[in-house]
Design a protein around this ligand. Structure first.
Ligand code: PAF
Length: 278
């Protein structure tokens, strides 16, 4: 596995691979890898000749009071994990390499970003779209892989690709969980021991909510009460929307999603609920 730090080197690598007819799978990450990322690499390996993983903590998607500076980073550990999962290339540019000048053009997410995390983190998804657009152009992947834990991000990136005819396929990866149900996340390291014991209740609340939705009930109040009795963190939101449109009008599939702010970690999780053909 090689680690590439510059745009020029990456473009040269991509040109050579394309010349010899190789297909490329891209796994965009912000590093501090866990099994969720590695399961995306495995999927990408099965479906492509070469796998590129980007590791870039993208300042454009963090708000002024968010955790950009203290976002966990460990490149050496990431290199070992990525290599053992079969990654061919890590692309790990500096901020100056990725954003050498102030952008004159901005890309903004539409109505899908007006709910859930988009409503709570203004500009967050515009920053995600900015970096993935650049990564798609630089890597020219046949397929790009995103985890379902960030279901809103996934839906918005699918819209970007569909609306602007990006010549690649977006592939969804299942959320990978700890044995007790907590969704794997780089931010789990911020949890105190007590918070870590409480955190599986997020997944349990979603399972409870799913049963209520399938029974035709509105789950929000009951989920909120369930969580308030069991966790010290503050509920940021619990919402139910259509998926992937994220509109109020629920048709075939719904997303039930929540965010909880613990002392140092803001955790999100969701469940997708099939309403038709169940
Ligand atoms: O999901 C993430 O880790 C990031 O939002 C992404 C897609 C790598 C863009 O920075």
């Amino acid at each position: 596995m090689q680690t590439i730090r510059t745009v020029e080197e990456l473009k040269n690598w991509v040109r050579e691979e394309k010349k010899s007819g190789q297909t490329i799978g891209l796994v965009p990450t912000m590093g501090f890898l866990h099994e969720g990322h590695l399961s995306l690499v495995e999927k990408a390996k099965q479906e492509n000749d070469k796998v590129v993983m980007s590791i870039f903590v993208n300042p454009a998607q963090f708000g002024p009071n968010e955790d950009f500076d203290r976002y966990p980073r460990d490149m050496e550990r990431d290199q070992q994990l990525a290599a053992s999962a079969g990654t061919d290339v890590i692309f790990a540019p500096s901020v100056a390499e990725m954003y050498p000048r102030e952008s004159q053009i901005s890309i903004s997410a539409g109505a899908q970003a007006e709910v859930l995390c988009g409503a709570k983190r203004p500009g967050h998804f515009d920053g995600v779209l900015k970096v993935v657009t650049k990564l798609f152009h630089l890597t020219e992947p046949n397929r790009a892989y995103f985890g379902q834990k960030d279901a809103q991000q996934l839906a918005i990136i699918e819209s970007l690709v569909a609306d602007y005819n990006f010549p690649l396929e977006i592939r969804r990866g299942e959320t990978v969980r700890e044995a007790d149900g907590l969704a794997k996340s780089s931010r789990n390291v911020y949890l105190s021991e007590a918070e870590r014991r409480e955190a599986p209740h997020l997944h349990a609340a979603l399972q409870l909510g799913k049963q209520l939705v399938l029974g035709g009930e509105n789950p929000l109040q009951e989920m909120s009460e369930y969580l308030k009795e069991r966790i010290s963190g503050k509920i940021d939101y619990i919402e139910l929307h259509d998926y992937p449109t994220l509109s109020k009008e629920i048709t075939d599939e719904a997303i039930l999603a929540l965010a909880v702010q613990f002392e140092k970690a803001r955790l999100i999780d969701n469940v997708i609920i099939k309403l038709k053909g169940n």
